[in-house]
Design a protein around this ligand. Structure first.
Ligand SMILES: N[C@@H](CCC(=O)N[C@@H](CS)C(=O)NCC(=O)O)C(=O)O
Length: 318
């Protein structure tokens, strides 16, 4: 069973232009010399690399992955970039070792960047007590509640620090006007809120089994309460279903991919139908693919990652 929902709207936002100018003026330049190469492996003609760097937003050392497709060799052509945000319990490794995305990134000539899922090694009491909060569960928000607010700033890390770093360190091959984002589960939600909160920053967005309406599910309530405090009026600012109702940026189509027997979908942690309903109510185009028999794992992602690269390539003109 699969179904498709499409509707259309067209908005423009001056905020985006203004925000972009502020972001670009506000940063220190990052060069390759400030990155340490952790690993480099040739795959499908390109190179899967992992770097580490000292993050100013998270105040700790972080790993991130970069796939440079064969088209990046020589450095004389500017390529699109797609960020990939992973889910709970993941590091930058899961996607690069399990999804097989490199075949499609190489076909289309797309650079792919994957951050870790939380600050690492900062040792906040209780940060590794559970798998759905703290370490490997940063939820791509900026925490405002102590003791998390100093380090747990994954939204600013991804959308400002890493976004700028990639453009600066790989400036010979990155086209700053063709940047998209995708993710899985917690990271699928991260991709959605990063796009909806920063209109125009990402030109294309897709998600596998995303948490779509975290204020309505147990994972979301635990994370948003923990990182933002008890005031639920603050939670809605980080909820994709709530944010889409207020979206006022460049035209966007959301691609959501959901396995039908995913335990977290069945348990109503993900709630994609709520997002589709919200998109419908405001005329934001959304495609929901329900994949019969697929679960929450990387077997689902590996099976459809090629379709997601086709989707991003079409929008980013790769
Ligand atoms: N640890 C959880 C599952 C966590 C989980 O499924 N994580 C997903 C993202 S939400 C994942 O990508 N796991 C890593 C992997 O499959 O490589 C459990 O035991 O129920």
């Amino acid at each position: 069973m699969s179904f498709l929902v499409l509707s259309f709207c067209c908005h423009h936002s001056l905020h985006y232009l203004f925000d972009n100018i502020v972001v670009r003026c506000d940063c220190k330049k990052t060069t390759m010399e400030q990155l340490s190469l952790v690993s480099s492996n040739k795959i499908f003609g390109g190179y899967q690399k992992v770097y580490s760097h000292q993050s100013s937003e998270l105040k700790c050392k972080m790993n991130f992955s970069v796939y440079l497709p064969p088209q990046a060799e020589g450095g004389d052509v500017k390529l699109p970039v797609v960020f990939y945000l992973s889910g709970l319990t993941c590091s930058e490794q899961n996607f690069i070792t399990k999804s097989g995305f490199q075949r499609y990134a190489a076909d289309h000539g797309i650079i792919v960047v994957g951050p870790d899922t939380s600050p690492r090694g900062v040792k906040i009491p209780g940060d590794d007590d559970s798998w759905d909060f703290g370490v490997a569960a940063g939820f791509y928000v900026d925490a405002t509640k102590e003791p998390w607010s100093t380090n747990y700033r994954m939204a600013s890390y991804v959308n400002k620090e890493l976004y700028e770093l990639v453009q600066q360190a790989f400036n010979n091959v990155v086209d700053p006007d063709r940047i998209g984002i995708m993710g899985h589960s917690m990271g699928g939600h991260g991709a959605l809120i990063s796009t909806l909160r920063n209109p125009g920053l990402y030109k294309s967005v897709s998600a596998f089994a995303p948490i779509c309406n975290p204020i309505q599910g147990p994972w979301g309530a635990k994370a948003l309460g923990g990182y933002l405090g008890d005031d639920k009026s603050k939670w809605v600012e980080w909820d994709a279903t709530e944010l889409v109702k207020k979206y006022d940026g460049p035209p966007l189509t959301l691609l959501i991919d959901q396995g039908s027997i995913d335990q977290f979908y069945v348990d109503k942690q993900l709630l994609p139908e709520n997002l589709v309903e919200a998109c419908r109510s405001v005329g934001v185009p959304v495609i929901l693919k329900l994949r019969e028999g697929y679960d929450h794992s990387y077997y689902h992602i590996a099976s459809y990652i090629g379709e997601h690269f086709d989707f991003h390539a079409k929008i980013l003109k790769a």
